[in-house]
Design a protein around this ligand. Structure first.
Ligand code: ADP
Ligand code: MG
Length: 386
């Protein structure tokens, strides 16, 4: 689960990690109130969306006066912000963080995350922090240092010394950096995070460190242990179809292509998407109805797939085990009758009660394309969207 920068900074502040003074605003009036409270200019107005690259997309702006706060807040609230990370469709800005503009001497990078290859926690740090970190990672990866931490032993003082020296921080700042790294690591562990990233962590003109950006992702499997985090969930940032799907216990993720697909089992879903790709088309979603799906789940899944305007064709690929083919067929027929078939639907199923299932599809009188072989089904789909 992702949260906003202002929420992450709230958590940092609770951990005594320095962040620039500031507050979130949902309206222009609130933005003006925050600016007044800060009693300083310039201030920075930062769009709060669950995507980075805001600086490059026009989502981080300096205001030098009250009237500039007003005009910028007016322009930013409600705007559609496109950044290198939002995709071309962009994200609507519903809130902005108004904070003190800091005097920056240097922009550093600091992140804690999982390294699956070593099964350890890795801290990444760089002196070349800021909006071009992706380019640095690609072109001069040696500028990013990595320190691995055994999760069973936890972080040790030598770890943050390694980082502080590699960052070549001024002697006085080194101690503070150790404190910050330690606290960030503690927060990362305590909340079952999958990522805590600070880019930039700035060194101010007075050689003080501040977290100027803050990103925290939580491992959803650990959320039940942190009920207080759930209040940070922002449905406005989620795909409405994904939220709808989760209400029915469906595992649905929207993708960019135009072939909707409904599959049972995550492994089969991945394999089906691979085959669609290999045949020359592109999946519009991942949808795993689960092993023991009911007729209603199939119906809801089908409805959700069809509500995505990009879908030009649907491929249903089911291996009937616990979910029997006749139950699937009934679900599909029921859904198709209710919603109406706006696009061609190819059904490939095998397994328990397959003959019965095929019979149900045939008897329905609906225009469902029954295919026995998966490869053939994928090829059929490609012809249909071409
Ligand atoms: P993003 O990573 O989404 O682009 P950041 O919060 O990192 O957003 O902001 C982008 C850049 O804007 C920073 O690298 C920094 O140069 C500048 N910036 C952000 N917040 C402040 C601030 N409070 N004071 C001064 N400059 C800021
Ligand atoms: Mg940033």
């Amino acid at each position: 689960m992702k949260i906003h920068e202002y929420q992450a900074k709230e958590m940092f502040a609770g951990y005594n990690i320095s962040v620039p003074p500031g507050e979130v605003a949902f309206t222009t009036q609130e933005a003006l109130d925050v600016a007044r409270k800060l009693e300083t200019y310039p201030v920075v107005l930062k769009a709060q969306i669950h995507a980075g690259g805001r600086g490059k997309g026009g989502g981080v702006n300096l205001a030098y006066s009250e009237s500039e706060v007003q005009s910028l807040a007016d322009a930013m609230l409600g705007m559609n912000l496109v950044t290198p990370q939002t995709g071309a469709q962009g994200r609507k800005v519903n809130k902005i963080l108004v904070e003190k503009a800091m005097d920056i001497k240097e922009e550093l990078y600091l992140a804690v995350m999982q390294d699956r290859t070593t099964a350890k926690t890795v801290i990444m740090a760089s002196r070349a922090g800021g909006v071009d970190i992706e380019k640095i990672a690609e072109e001069t990866p040696e500028k990013i240092i990595k320190v691995w931490i055994d999760p069973l032993l936890g972080i040790q003082p030598y770890h943050f010394r390694q980082i502080a020296f590699a960052l070549d921080l001024p002697a006085e700042t080194r101690k503070v950096s150790g404190f910050i790294i330690n606290r960030i690591y503690d927060l990362y562990v305590a909340y079952d995070c999958s990522l805590v990233e600070i880019n930039p962590l700035i060194l101010s003109k007075e050689d003080q460190l501040f977290c100027m950006d803050a990103k925290i992702n939580f491992d959803e499997n650990g959320l039940y242990r942190h009920k207080e985090i759930l209040s940070y969930f922002d449905p406005q940032e989620e795909d409405p179809l994904e939220i709808e799907a989760s209400k029915y216990g469906l595992n649905y993720i929207r993708l960019d292509g135009n072939v909707g697909n409904m599959v049972n089992g995550a492994g089969l879903a991945m394999a089906t998407m691979d085959l669609i790709k290999k045949a020359g088309a592109s999946p519009a979603n991942f949808l795993d109805v689960g092993g023991g799906a009911s007729k209603e789940m199939v119906e809801n899944g089908f409805r959700i797939i069809l509500s995505d305007g990009k879908v030009e064709c649907v491929l249903i690929n089911i291996f009937g085990g616990i979910l029997r083919c006749d139950v699937l067929a009934e679900g599909v027929v029921q859904a198709a009758r209710k919603i109406g078939l706006s696009v061609p639907v190819v059904v490939r199923m095998e397994g328990t009660n397959v003959q019965k299932g095929r019979q149900i599809l045939r008897d329905s009188g609906l225009d469902l394309i029954n295919v026995k072989d998966l490869q053939e089904a994928a090829q059929r789909v490609v012809q249909l969207v071409d």
